[in-house]
Design a protein around this ligand. Structure first.
Ligand SMILES: [Zn+2]
Length: 254
């Protein structure tokens, strides 16, 4: 791909206007090529999408896509060669597609990801560990859907909001938030913090039964826990240092 001198000049003017400083020819050319590369990728994926849509019109029940490594919209795993199914709900691995065909889960889940939680979603939103979740399922506190491995065992387990109405809140209510932190050297770091750091969790999720089954650790207890953790780490660190020193002391040539 060749970009004309005029286009690079245009990019240079644009960047200078936007940032209020002078840009070198190299910087402008670099930015122009990056942008063109990005546009090419987007154009390619748009073309691919059009091709799929046209094929879907001829095959309304769906078809297999060529290639490997598509992400399954249900279980999130990458697909192997020939092990995928594409239809109006998106791309699924053949295992999840079989589960849809067997009516273990509705097909619409693939498109409407806000309608269900994975185990991981529940863990990150409520710090809910697998053993606790297992006992909830066993006791009928929460209802899960099992995507079987072609009729056997568990491929993945999902928690639909419509199966747990009044228990699970809409996912957008428990979304983590991006926090920016400015460091001493002026650099800005981003990280995400769970939703319950920004609101009173019981007030925020009032009326959702899940809150009757979770416990929010009070700040004082959190502080004690952190201090204990720090102490343990210090003891461990001192032990490791002592071991290392002992090893060094006993070292000799054979
Ligand atoms: Zn899958």
């Amino acid at each position: 791909m060749q970009i004309s001198q005029e286009k690079i000049q245009e990019m240079k003017d644009l960047l200078e206007k936007e940032h209020g400083r002078e840009f070198t020819w190299e910087e402008a050319s670099d930015a122009a090529y990056r942008l063109a590369g990005l546009a090419e990728i987007m154009f390619d994926s748009w073309k691919e999408e059009c091709r799929r849509k046209a094929k879907l019109e001829e095959n309304p029940n769906g078809f297999k896509l060529d290639g490997v490594g598509y992400t399954c919209a249900i279980c999130g795993q990458g697909t192997q060669a020939g092990e995928n199914w594409f239809d109006k709900w998106g791309i699924k691995c053949t295992i999840c597609q079989n589960a849809i065909n067997k009516k273990e889960i509705p097909a619409s889940l693939a498109k409407h990801k806000d309608g269900w939680y994975t185990k991981y979603d529940l863990e990150s939103a409520f710090n809910l560990k697998t053993p606790a979740l297992k006992s909830w399922v066993k006791d009928g506190v929460i209802k899960s859907r099992i995507v079987t491995h072609n009729g056997r065992g568990v491929h993945t387990e999902l928690f639909l909001i419509k199966d747990n109405e009044g228990f699970l809140p809409p996912k957008k209510m428990v979304k983590s938030q991006l926090v920016s932190e400015k460091h001493e050297d002026g650099s800005i770091w981003h990280h995400s913090e769970p939703w319950y750091r920004f609101v009173d969790p019981f007030e925020h999720l009032k009326g959702y039964k899940i809150m009757e089954h979770v416990r929010v650790i009070p700040p004082e207890e959190m502080k004690t826990r952190e201090e204990e953790k720090k102490k343990k780490e210090e003891v461990r660190g001192a032990k490791l240092r002592a071991q290392r020193e002992a090893r060094l002391k006993n070292r000799k040539f054979k």
